[in-house]
Design a protein around this ligand. Sequence first.
Ligand code: NAD
Ligand code: TDX
Length: 336
Amino acid sequence: MTRILVTGGAGFIGSNFVHHVIAHTDAQVTVLDKMTYAATRESLAGLPESRVQLVVGDVADAAAVDPLVDRLDPATDAIVHYAAESHNDNSLSDPAPFIQTNVVGTFTLLEAARRTDVRFHHVSTDEVYGDLDLDDPKRFTEDTPYQPSSPYSASKAGSDHLVRAWVRSFGVRATISNCSNNYGPWQHVEKFIPRQITEVIEGRRPRVYGDGLNVRDWIHTTDHSSAVLAILERGRIGETYLIGADGERSNLAVVRAILRHFGRPEDEIEFVTDRAGHDRRYAIESGKLRAELGWAPRFEHFEAGLADTIAWYQANADWWRPAKAATEAAYQAKGQ
Ligand code: NAD
Ligand code: TDX
C-alpha cells in the first residue's frame, strides 16, 4: 500500500489512525477533512510533512473528493473512511448534518471508488445493531440484524447498507468494520469519558444520564487503529469485521473509576436528564477479527488505559478548555 486517503483524519479516531499508519507502514497519507468543530489540527502535529498532507474539504462534495481519488493507484492505494458527524446527542438536536455527511458523504466516496476501482474501507459503529438488555447473554456479531435507535446510528446503518450494495451490485472492493466505544487522547469533551474527566478537573461533579446502568464496551482508540490497518491489509473483500476489546462497563462504573483516580468520593455524581431513546447496552463479539486476522488489543486493562487518558487531559487543558464552556452551555440548556 503506497497512498491512503483518510477521510476525517483530523478527528479523534482518524488522527490516531494516521499516526498508526505513519509508525507502522511506509505509506503516504492524504487526509480529507472538513475541519468541523470536532476536528483538531494539533492531533496531526509532528507528523512528517513528506508523508502526510491535509486537504480541507467535504466528503459529500464530489468536486473535493474526485481529484483526490483520481490520484490513487487502484493496484496499491486505498480510501479509509472515518469522516462523520459522530455524536448521538447532536443528532437528536439536529439530524440534518448526519444525513448529509454520513449518508451522502459515503455515497459520494463510493461513487469515486466505483469509478476508479480503488480499495475502500468503511469505518462504522456497533450502534447500527441497536441495543441489548443488561442481562442478555448475547453479544453483537457480524450476523446481528440492523436495528439502529438514533438519527446518528440510523445514518451510520444507512452508510453501511450503501457499502454492501456497492460491493454486491458494482463490485466495489470494500470492507466494513463496526467498532465499540473508543476512548483515549484527543476525544472531544462532548463525549462521555472526556466530559467526566474534565468536569472533575474543573471541580464539578460528573453528569450521568438516567440511572447510569447503561453499558458500553470500551476500546482504546489505538487498538481500533491497529484493527482497521489489519483489515485494510489482510481483510477479505466484501466482509464485515466487528472490533471490540471485551471492555463492558456500566457508565456508573466508569464514572466511579474516574472519581477514585482523583481521590474523590464515589457518590459525587450528578444524575441528569436521560438521553431520548438511550441505548441500554452494547457488547461486541470480536472472534472473527481475532481468528481470521490474528488481531488482539494491546490495551487489555481498561483502568490502566483510563489512567493514561486522564493524565493526557490533565496535561492538555490548553487544547480542550476553549471547547469546554460552549459544550457545557449546550448541555445545560437541555438539562444535562
Ligand atoms: P469525530 O467527531 O471526533 O471526528 C470526525 C471527523 O470527521 C472530524 O475531523 C470532522 O471534521 C470530520 N468531518 C465531519 N464531517 C465531514 C465532512 N462532511 N467531510 C469531511 N470531514 C468531515 O469522530 P470520531 O469519534 O473520531 O469517529 C470517527 C469515525 O469512527 C466515525 O465514522 C464514527 O462513526 C466511527 N466510530 C466512532 C466510535 C467512537 O466511539 N467515537 C466508535 C465506533 C465507530
Ligand atoms: O454526559 C454524559 N453522560 C452520560 O451518562 C454523556 C455525554 C454521555 N452519557 C452516557 C450516554 C452513553 O450511555 O454515556 C454513554 C456514552 O456516551 P457517548 O460518549 O455520547 O457515546 P455513545 O452514545 O455510546 O456513542 C459512542 O460510541 C459509538 C460514539 O460517540 C459514537 O460515535 C460511536 O459510534
